[in-house]
Each structure stands twice: as structure tokens, then as C-alpha cells.
Design a protein around this ligand. Sequence first.
Ligand SMILES: [Zn+2]
Length: 150
Amino acid sequence: MKKSPDTNKLEEILKSPAFSATGFMGADTRNLAEIIDADMAEVARLGYTPHQIAERMQQITDKAKSALGNWIKIDDTHSAMITEVKGRIPCPWPHAGNFAKRVTTLKDMQTGRQIHFSDLNIHLVAEHNFFEGRGSPFRIDPKEIVEMLF
Ligand SMILES: [Zn+2]
């Protein structure tokens, strides 16, 4: 990703505690372009696209929504559950649109391993190729999520 004048402003928003209690950058000292470039390289190395990952995340969230807060079986080894709180959160990028504060927990029933992602995470991956900075509570590790999703 090329660094544009808007990117500096966006980085400030992403780091701001006013926007999200912990910010999206976490403790990451890399800039936004470096984070995105590194994650895109990793996603490509794994043989997927951000769109494929986001699409699978969305399918799981949609299925879990129907279970109304209970665990639901996704496939032979995975279950998912939705946790939702009141309110909505806007995308930090400069465009219209905000997202329900809904978190999907995906669990591997054999290993007990769990990952969490929000509706905003799905959008950030699909539209902005952004998996968040290291140390952010909603950082998604591309390798970890690919292993869980596919
Ligand atoms: Zn957006």
C-alpha cells in the first residue's frame, strides 16, 4: 500500500483511544502501510485472498446469528457463538457506514482453540486488508485464522 497524505491522518484515528478503548494499532510500532503489506504477503503466501477470508468469516457470523447467543455447529470440528452489545462502531476509514458491536467466537472443538472477530473486523479485512496491529485485542493473525477457517 502506498502512503498517501490521508494515511497519516488515518493512522492517528486508528491509534486514538477516543475511537476505540484500545485503538486498532495495539502496541505495533510499524506504520499502517507496513502492517497491511506484511499481512497481505502472509495471506498470499497462505494461498488465500482477504476476500475469501472475510467471506468465510461472514458465513460463520451469519450462521451463528441464527443461534441467538448459543453455540452452533459450523462443521465437524468447529462451533461458533455470537456475543453482542448495544451500540454501533464506525469504520475508521473516511466513508459512511457503521457496524453492530457483534463478536463471533469460533472454537475448534478438538483442540479447544478459539478466535474472536467482530463485524468490523470482517469489513476491515474485506475492504481495507487490515487485520489490526499487534497487541490490539482484535488483531487477527492471518495464519491463525486461515488455519481455523479453511
Ligand atoms: Zn471501511
